[in-house]
Design a binder for this molecule. Structure first.
Ligand SMILES: [Mg+2]
Length: 477
């Protein structure tokens, strides 16, 4: 096999033999269809902002600027306080912003880390669609900070309005219509997509589409991506055994909605009975029924999506589907990871040095306790000898503690300098300092495989045995 770089690889959390997978399901948005994200998020930001002004928020808000780099996935939103948080895998808040103002360590500690909090009570930025939403919230919070009293609502009420206005923008079609009229501006037409899908089909896999998008939108986007790309598969539907629109994930995995058949190009629906037929177009449904009607089960199915909760977590937990998560933004991090490899090595050797100093101090303290105990039952001469030794040790401890302090600062500044190579505000996506981020922990827990884009599958055999190198416990390494 050719040597792959990281942008082409599929990474393995849990071993998976593709030979025993019979069926591969795909989410559409941000999975089969990559977006020109900056264009799309800018559109969603401004269309939603218009709704705020129409609803009577200050006219001045129209000057708020969309910043494509401000929000990343995996952050938490504290809607009550109007704060945006980056949290490590132990739920410890490492970075917090109120609008564009960074919270000082003491404030962050007092609000979150001192007494603990329930991460579930916060909103998690899981989807790419949430990025522009949360950025708009942050901009309005910042406006409220700069102009106290002009918006007479709590942060939570502002967020509730934001949700309503976004839903409204989707309902009244103001976002979708613009996308559908200018697909090339918003959707990436990846020339490798048709070949990737064909390779899987020819490798004996059944493919299916399972998207939350509605028929009109799905049909337009999928046609744009696949129609006419291959003589053998002239229409996008030809690639998929079953296509399901308006799937309603994650409820698809927990609910009991029936399947409807999409019977014409306008999306007319008819109640569906009996098995799903090859090439069929369906609406709604649920995973339990899907398995029954397609006569396949659990780990025979690999599902590919970009949303941890909607696509990956429930399908894995409740149905034991195997999962591949698309983490598109990792691509931007690979360069920084390579750049900082040396500094990571240096950080670890400095940590080893600090650990050594700490253990030397502990030994010196241990000796002091021993000598103090002995002094209580020995003669004066010996007592004086122990006293001298104790004083010598105390002096050494002082020196070493000074070195530890210096070492600690050195490591902190090395870690901070390393973070600078990543996102200017939030640092590395998968880490906070040296800890795994909450996002990384979720990727590790729920995705069997992950990669930056689905066309990476074309670099592997359809019957590839993906092996996890990490099926080992710390004591075995
Ligand atoms: Mg998606």
């Amino acid at each position: 096999m050719q040597k792959l770089d990281k942008t082409q690889k599929i990474f393995v959390n849990r071993s998976l033999n593709m030979g025993s997978v019979t069926s591969i399901g795909f989410d559409m948005d941000h999975t089969l269809a990559r977006y020109h994200r900056e264009n799309f998020e800018n559109l969603a930001f401004h269309k939603t902002l218009e709704k705020f002004i129409e609803a009577g928020y200050p006219e001045e808000l129209k000057d708020l600027k969309f910043n494509p780099k401000f929000v990343i996935r995996g952050l938490l939103v504290d809607r009550s306080k109007g704060n945006l948080l980056k949290v490590d895998s132990h739920k410890y808040v490492k970075i917090a912003y109120h609008g564009h103002t960074k919270l000082e360590k003491s404030e962050r500690h007092q609000l979150y880390n001192a007494q603990g909090y329930k991460a579930d009570s916060f909103l998690s930025v899981d989807t790419f669609f949430a990025l522009s939403e949360v950025q708009l919230f942050t901009e309005i919070v910042d406006y409220m900070r700069r102009h106290p009293g002009l918006i007479k609502k709590s942060f939570r009420e502002v967020y509730a309005d934001l949700r309503e206005f976004i839903d409204l923008s989707h309902r009244d079609g103001s976002i979708k219509e613009e996308v559908l009229q200018n697909l090339d501006r918003y959707i990436v037409k990846d020339p490798d997509l048709p070949g990737t899908l064909i390779k899987l089909i020819e490798g004996g896999k059944k493919l299916f589409l399972l998207t939350n998008s509605d028929w009109t939108y799905t049909h337009a986007v999928m046609s744009y991506l696949l129609d006419g790309a291959s003589e053998d598969y002239p229409k996008w539907q030809d690639y998929f055994d079953y296509s399901i629109v308006s799937g309603g994930k994650p409820n698809f995995f927990t609910g009991s909605n029936p399947f409807f058949e999409v019977v014409d190009q306008n999306g007319l629906l008819k109640q569906h009975n009996g098995p799903l037929t090859r090439g069929g177009l369906y609406h709604g449904g649920n995973a339990k029924l899907f398995e029954k009607l397609t006569d396949q089960k659990g780990d025979q199915i690999l599902y590919i999506g970009d949303h941890i909760y909607g696509d990956i977590m429930r399908s894995k937990e409740l149905f034991n589907w195997r999962t591949l998560l698309v983490v598109e933004e990792l691509e931007e991090e690979f360069h920084a990871l390579d750049q900082t490899q040396n500094s990571m090595d240096q950080i670890f050797s400095e940590i080893t040095l600090e650990d050594q100093l700490v253990s030397e101090v502990q030994n010196l303290r241990g000796q002091i306790y021993t000598w103090q105990r002995r002094m209580s039952f020995c003669d004066n001469k010996k007592q004086a000898k122990y006293q001298r030794r104790i004083e010598e040790n105390q002096k050494m401890i002082q020196e070493k503690e000074q070195q530890i302090e210096e070492q600690h600062l050195k490591i902190r500044s090395l870690v901070a300098a390393r973070e600078d190579a990543f996102h200017p505000i939030w640092g590395e996506l998968m880490h906070t300092g040296l800890e795994m981020s909450r996002f990384a922990q979720q990727v590790e827990s729920f995705a069997c495989l992950y990669c930056t884009k689905i066309t990476n599958l074309s670099f592997y055999s359809p019957n590839q045995k993906f092996r996890s190198l990490r099926d080992q416990l710390p004591h075995e390494l």
